[in-house]
Write a protein of this length. Structure first.
Length: 247
């Protein structure tokens, strides 16, 4: 009886402290489907099949944008905005907007390259222009910051905001690190539509290597491979001095 009570208490504490939702039912099926599609995309991207069949070849920036789109889509479906564990309409809406902001780069990559970094304005006539790509970039950056807050925590978001502010107000910084400051268009164009900022080397490494290592590591652990290698290490050096630590 006491054991059951203790187990329930431990489960309740673990549930309250966990930053993720308790996913069940249709929600679980949707998350699983998105994760499977993401995995298939990564396996296809890493395989030689696109070159063999000359189909489905992805360039660097579009592949990174798709990768981040899947990550943001899952982040808002798995991690709640607050202690309320239930998924809300706002979470679904934000996740879809995040995916759109990333997939925009994939679908309009060639046009972005042709314009040489100049962000597109949509004219409605009578001198009314809507800065469509500037808006997409700003929304994408804000959504990425919110996803970072949910998954990792507030400290990293604060650091990122400080560097964004430094990009605007660099002229007021000490001489050794001062600069002329960036306009909003230039900052957003560099941060969201370039291959050197958000879609730079770290996410490139994630697309090319980290995802696959985590995937196959999870498969190995699920199949019992982790326990096998640990038992093998103990069998080899377990009787030696410091053997368990070396294992």
């Amino acid at each position: 009886m006491d054991q059951n009570i203790n187990t329930k208490i431990e489960n309740k504490i673990s549930e309250d402290l966990s930053p993720t939702r308790n996913i069940t039912g249709l929600h679980l099926k949707i998350v699983a489907a998105i994760a499977i599609i993401w995995t298939l995309f990564q396996l296809w991207y890493a395989s030689p099949f696109p070159f063999w069949f000359n189909i489905g070849m992805f360039k660097g920036l579009p592949a990174r944008a798709i990768h981040l789109g899947f990550a943001l889509l899952l982040a808002f479906l798995i991690f709640p905005i607050s202690k309320n564990k239930k998924i809300s309409t706002i979470d679904v809406l934000i996740s879809l907007i995040a995916a759109f902001c990333c997939l925009y780069i994939y679908f309009f990559y060639d046009q972005l390259i042709d314009r040489g970094g100049i962000l597109l304005n949509v004219s409605l006539g009578k001198n009314i222009d809507i800065p469509i790509e500037l808006t997409i970039g700003i929304i994408g950056i804000l959504i990425l910051l919110e996803a970072t807050r949910r998954v990792i925590g507030l400290p990293l978001v604060i650091i990122a905001i400080c560097f964004l502010l430094f990009s605007f107000f660099g002229r007021y910084a000490p001489d050794i690190i001062s600069h002329g400051g960036l306009s909003l268009k230039r900052l957003v164009g560099f941060q969201w539509f370039d291959q050197e900022a958000i879609f730079g080397i770290p996410i490139g490494v994630s697309v090319d290597f980290i995802f696959l290592f985590v995937l196959f590591g999870a498969l190995l652990e699920t199949a019992g491979g982790g326990k096998y290698f640990l038992d093998l290490a103990f069998a080899m050096v377990g009787k030696m001095r410091g053997g368990p630590a070396k294992a």
